[in-house]
Design a protein around this ligand. Structure first.
Ligand SMILES: C[S@@+](CC[C@H](N)C(=O)[O-])C[C@H]1O[C@@H](n2cnc3c(N)ncnc32)[C@H](O)[C@@H]1O
Length: 237
């Protein structure tokens, strides 16, 4: 029977892993660089795939006042609420259940959006990624900015691993089930050209897209949690 690529995110053990990361790992040094550069403290920020609340907690503690953190997984939403409420009871209201591919917010609701730590690449297919990008594009204000990361299969630390992979002809390049601390997780690793094409197709213009290692020196906890990835900063065209 086919495995469901989204089932991993509905498991309690997975959600606990991300809730622990919210407390132990926090915002990455590289994420802070882009938040400082592109996100203002008074802007309306939408987070997609918030997991256990790692980014939302970091944003709220850093003084970003208007944060809406969302995830499609009910257990992630519950744990993110608990993590945020542990710091400030009022922050619990910042979390909502939303599927990134079908957001229900009105058009042009948010100044900024963030889909941290390869969340977009955890969607089951290119069609789902395009649906999410279109949905995010719709709820962003004109000139709104989306920040996200994608594991790169062509450049940087992961390139050698992908180069030696023997790919069955029927498997889409970059699609792969990876071992994790809990159950196997489906992730698509992209090339820069491929992700640029998906952004262009959905109405975004890339501002910059460096590898995380070129942005800041992330500490050992972050390196263990996330490894190297590529940041994308894209503007709603
Ligand atoms: C790799 S985790 C990252 C969690 C968190 N952003 C972090 O950095 O700790 C990916 C997250 O995307 C969420 N996700 C997967 N598919 C989604 C979808 N269709 N809509 C919204 N969130 C989704 C998962 O539930 C999970 O919380």
């Amino acid at each position: 029977m086919e495995r469901d690529p989204q089932a991993h995110w509905l498991e309690t053990e997975t959600a606990l892993h991300y809730a622990r990361a919210a407390v132990r790992v926090g915002l990455w040094a590289s994420e802070r660089v882009f938040l400082d550069r592109y996100f203002a403290k008074d802007q309306r920020i939408l987070e997609l795939g918030c997991g256990g609340g790692r980014v939302a907690l970091g944003l709220l503690r850093s003084g970003y006042a208007d944060v809406t953190a969302t995830d499609f997984s009910p257990i992630m939403v519950s744990l993110a609420k608990a993590v945020l409420a542990d710091h400030d009871e009022a922050w619990e209201r910042c979390v909502a259940q939303q599927d990134a591919t079908a957001l229900t917010y009105p058009d042009a609701s948010f100044d900024r959006a963030i889909f941290a730590f390869n969340g977009l690449m955890c969607l089951p297919s290119r069609a789902h990624r395009l649906a999410a990008l279109r949905s995010i594009h719709r709820v962003l204000k004109p000139d709104g900015i989306l920040l996200f990361t994608a594991s790169d299969r062509e450049k940087g630390a992961n390139a050698a691993y992908w180069a030696q992979e023997a790919r069955p002809a029927d498997v889409i390049p970059g699609d792969r089930w990876h071992e994790s601390d809990t159950s196997p997780v489906f992730i698509h690793s992209s090339t820069e050209a491929e992700t640029r094409e998906e952004l262009a197709e959905t109405g975004f213009t890339v501002i910059e897209c460096p590898l995380s290692t070129a942005v800041a020196s992330d500490g050992p906890l972050v390196r263990e949690f996330a490894g190297e990835t590529r940041f994308y900063v894209a503007r709603k065209a």
